[in-house]
Design a binder for this molecule. Structure first.
Ligand SMILES: C[S@@+](CC[C@H](N)C(=O)[O-])C[C@H]1O[C@@H](n2cnc3c(N)ncnc32)[C@H](O)[C@@H]1O
Length: 218
């Protein structure tokens, strides 16, 4: 399956707030059903160092962040290019280029596939200037999750998510591509990462540990 570059409906700033809120609520439910949120929580809980401050990069309305705040005793912040009003603190920022809040752990969910290869590399480098660890959770471009999405998820969610969900899978990176891009982003630094792919390609997760001394140099 060739990678598509078509934008998603939610990429447009003029989607009315009530429709965007409904779509992000459905997205948060999908993350919960599929175990995406649980896998981010698990990884944060496994951190060997204290985690006091967390950043959701590309957080939308912050619905997932709000859930995570309820589960962990941490300060939570979100950044988004196009922030939507929500009940957590969200800053407007381009995470690829702008200064970000300093945190212990940053994570992104379904952000990577919105970015071109050079921008995804730049994102990984930029986040490393403000965080010691970055969890990148994203979709996998493969016919199996596309078919499963159409069969089991699409009937339960709003129209925007039905359309954007399929575009997202077609736009996302294969595990081999994401591995290559992460290696490229960390080349020349002492940062390390591991990658895992869930059964039926439901998601992939890249867990990056930036090297403390090299962090400023990335
Ligand atoms: C598919 S939504 C995912 C929202 C949320 N993370 C979730 O999984 O429910 C992707 C989000 O990334 C944001 N985004 C895209 N490019 C960005 C960038 N360069 N910097 C910050 N946010 C960005 C979009 O505005 C959008 O809210």
């Amino acid at each position: 399956m060739l990678r598509q570059q078509r934008p998603e409906i939610l990429d447009a700033a003029d989607v009315p707030d009530h429709l965007a809120r409904r779509a992000y609520r459905d997205l948060a439910r999908i993350h919960w059903w599929l175990g995406d949120t649980a896998s981010i929580l698990r990884e944060i809980r496994r951190d060997r160092l204290p985690v006091r401050r967390i950043l959701d990069v590309g957080c939308g309305t912050g619905a997932v962040l709000k859930y995570i705040r309820g589960k962990l005793d941490v300060e939570v912040l979100g950044v988004d290019l196009n922030p939507r009003p929500g009940s957590v603190s969200i800053l407007k920022a381009d995470a690829v280029r702008d200064r970000l809040p300093c945190v212990d752990v940053a994570y992104s969910m379904h952000l990577g596939h919105h970015l071109s290869e050079p921008d995804l590399i730049a994102l990984i480098r930029n986040v490393g200037r403000f965080s010691r660890r970055f969890l990148i959770l994203d979709l996998v471009r493969h016919p199996l999750p596309l078919a499963l999405f159409r069969l089991f998820v699409a009937p339960l969610v709003c129209r925007i998510v039905v359309v954007d969900g399929q575009t997202s899978i077609r736009r996302s990176y294969t595990p081999a591509e994401l591995h290559r891009l992460t290696s490229e982003a960390l080349r020349g630094s002492a940062g390390t990462f591991r990658q895992s792919v869930a059964p039926v390609y439901a998601r992939q997760l890249i867990d990056i540990s930036y090297a403390p001394l090299a962090r400023g140099a990335i």
